[in-house]
Design a protein around this ligand. Structure first.
Ligand SMILES: [Zn+2]
Length: 341
């Protein structure tokens, strides 16, 4: 399978700050994730291809102009504030999205950042841009050729809304891929198997009937992202019925995960999409530092097998999955399963 990655460019974003229950800890979304995943893809015999520069158009298809400008320029503006932190971290938020848009860097950081898990440093935009370019490159290959492709995106994207960063995510790479596929296919489905609910992806397509969003994840009643991912969220307006959330009890193992996946895939089949985006988080793994679900390494192969059985042109987009001994093995397992090995 073609693996799209511009590793050096995607590694310069190096977030340091991360608050866990109010306490500072190292940020788990580390550049080394790229090396682990790329090494596994290379060892698996996959063809590594650099991302093609698609410009801003694929990003602008799913994000607002003011948000893109914010991501591009906020760090240099922030650095001019006397005494400001080295990374952009918000400390004030509007209580709702209809609030007025501020001019100040501090105000805009609060407006465009949902939480403190996605600090922006001097080189963040470079990695954000090329991560999105990897998704766009993979989607263009699938759109034009049909063979599946894997975008090794980092930073990840599924917590990013149209104008809001959050949870290590800035540009929604899975949404970028889906929007690009819509250029050829009338209907596109996104299946998100990350440990966490794909709240940004849901938000972007919530009122649309042309993109079905399905997410399997640890029940958000006591887990990030808390405010989204519940089963009753089914879409709105024209999009009512085109969002499916499948929350799972904490600690769920392969059997429960695969049963939920089958429910999601039934919905996908009924939607009859022309193409599929897999938002591939590997953090549902039993040994992932987040410890939310308990999917095994062979379990990822079975997830890949069942997604491939849809027989659709497919873009696989890397989402979460954090540093642990089996991170690369889990990717290798998924890709081998997807390819029927
Ligand atoms: Zn995750």
């Amino acid at each position: 399978m073609k693996v799209i990655c511009s590793a050096e460019r995607q590694k310069v974003h190096y977030p340091r700050s991360f608050l866990v229950n109010g306490a500072q800890q190292p940020n788990p979304e580390q550049p080394g994730r790229v090396d682990r995943l790329l090494a596994a893809a290379t060892a698996g015999g996959h063809e590594i291809v650099a991302a093609v520069d698609h410009g801003l158009a694929p990003i602008a298809a799913v994000h607002t102009p003011e948000y893109i400008r914010f991501l591009q320029h906020i760090h240099e503006r922030w650095a001019r504030i006397p005494g400001a932190s080295e990374e952009v971290i918000p400390n004030i938020h509007p209580d709702r999205r209809e609030a007025s848009y501020p001019l100040s860097a501090v105000g805009q950081a609060g407006y465009h950042m949902a939480d403190t898990a996605c600090p922006i440093g001097p080189d963040s935009w470079e990695s954000i841009y090329w991560s999105a370019a990897a998704a766009a490159t993979a989607a263009a290959l699938v759109r034009d050729g049909g063979d599946p492709a894997y975008a090794l995106c980092r930073p990840p994207g599924h917590h990013a809304f149209t104008d809001l960063a959050g949870g290590f995510c800035f540009v929604n790479n899975s949404a970028v891929a889906a929007a690009l596929l819509r250029g050829r296919y009338d209907r596109v489905a996104i299946v998100d198997v990350d440990l966490h609910h794909g709240n940004g992806t849901q938000g972007i397509f919530y009122r649309r009937a042309d993109v079905l969003t399905v997410s399997l994840h640890a029940d958000p009643i006591r887990f990030y992202p808390f405010f989204w991912g519940h089963a009753h969220e089914r879409g709105a307006g024209a999009g009512l019925g085109y969002n499916l959330n499948l929350p799972l009890p904490r600690g769920s193992e392969d059997d429960a995960f695969l049963a939920a996946l089958d429910r999601g895939l039934e919905q996908v089949a009924a939607f009859a999409p022309g193409a599929l985006v897999v938002a591939l988080g590997l953090d549902a793994f039993e040994g992932d530092p987040f410890g939310g679900l308990a999917v095994s390494t062979p379990g990822f192969a079975e997830i890949g097998r069942r997604l491939a059985a849809l027989g659709l042109p497919t873009v696989i987009v890397q989402e979460g999955g954090y540093l642990c001994d089996a991170l690369g093995d889990n990717l290798a397992s998924f890709l081998a399963g997807f390819e029927g090995a």
